[in-house]
Design a protein around this ligand. Sequence first.
Ligand code: FEO
Length: 169
Amino acid sequence: MISKKMEEALNAQINAELFSAYVYLSMSAYFNSSDFKGFANWMNAQAQEEVAHAMKIYNFLLDRSGQVVLAAIDGPPTEWESPLAVFEAAYKHEQHVTSLIHNLVALAIDENDYATKNLMDWFVDEQVEEEASASEIVEQLRLIGKDGPGLLMMDRELAQRKFDPAAGE
Ligand code: FEO
């Protein structure tokens, strides 16, 4: 069993992960319509990874005989000024998600809920990677600036990313 308080907090995190998927799908659509297909691909893979994160918590709640309650998902932003602005927003978003995960760790410790604490340890590690990959792209885009060939090369590089279905494991 899981406490009501922890159950509500995990349901809120399912919503936050699905909102993240919305954010990245919206960014993917923005890149697609700006003809940056590689950036769009990267964002699409990221969105799928967010759904895998949501499902990891969803399945955990069911395993713990908790109730999954899916709430409405807010609409994501739809416009950005540049590829750099998109990735800066993605990086900022991941920093926010990290703070949500850290709050869940604190709650699990407070509740002596070791199973949830274990699950959250996985997410703590995952957030280190999430922030690192977004921040790395931000740094590269800052170096590239308005250089067209540089942007094109980067777009080609990010076209290589493939969603790994094992990402949530
Ligand atoms: Fe599920 Fe990007 O954090």
